[in-house]
Design a protein around this ligand. Sequence first.
Ligand code: ATP
Ligand code: MG
Length: 236
Amino acid sequence: MMDTLLKVENIQTYIGQYHILQGVSFEVQRGEVTVLLGRNGAGKTTSLRTIMGLTPAAEGNVIFKGNEIQHLPTYEVSNKGIGYVPEDQGIFGELTVEENMKVAMKKQDGETKDRMAWILDLFPDLKKFWKKQGGNLSGGQKQMLSIARAYLNNNELILIDEPSKGLAPIVVEKVMESILEMKQMTTILLVEQNFIMASRIGDSFYILDDGVTVENGRMNDLVENEQMKKKYLGIA
Ligand SMILES: Nc1ncnc2c1ncn2[C@@H]1O[C@H](COP(=O)(O)OP(=O)(O)OP(=O)(O)O)[C@@H](O)[C@H]1O
Ligand SMILES: [Mg+2]
């Protein structure tokens, strides 16, 4: 049975004078990985930022668990149970891995400690470099720290923006496998231009083009649709 966790309806977002999102709509089903695809500048990052209230929508609705959240400030969106792993990872370079994790913890209860243990098993590098400053981690380790931090709190939905960006293929593989593991525990909205990764993790997809949602469907169908991949994603 379909269980819609997040519904984005015809959002319109301006940045300054620019009308960036001109009708973006999509749905995220609980327990699935939904992937937002589209060329550079299509509006993928802005869509995630709009959900988080960082670039609020001027029109349209963002509905999380049946409630409108499009007018909420970012900290309230976060408190509703939506985690965000931004494109630039947003970790504190001056703080150690340990401090980055502790700053992110909203609670200190047993459940959070269990989640901490689970995520450190998934990313043993973080345990290994526990006392290292965030700024001195490798690109892949920074990505893992950023994902781990979003996972720590009991988020029902995690938004992840281009986790493969700038990473070596072997590290991309590791990040991909960990997202597949996390999928057992939480729902994920993923922006990912690496189509191999997107197609292996994703259950459903939406394609954005020039700030508008143009296509959507099940990921399996997109994998076989050469015409659509070529038209919107530039994949020959
Ligand atoms: N602060 C800003 N000021 C002006 N225009 C912006 C700003 N941020 C984004 N844009 C524009 O909004 C459009 C959508 O940008 P966005 O970052 O959402 O795209 P994207 O799909 O995430 O692209 P990429 O794949 O390159 O990350 C682009 O045309 C971009 O130039
Ligand atoms: Mg982006």
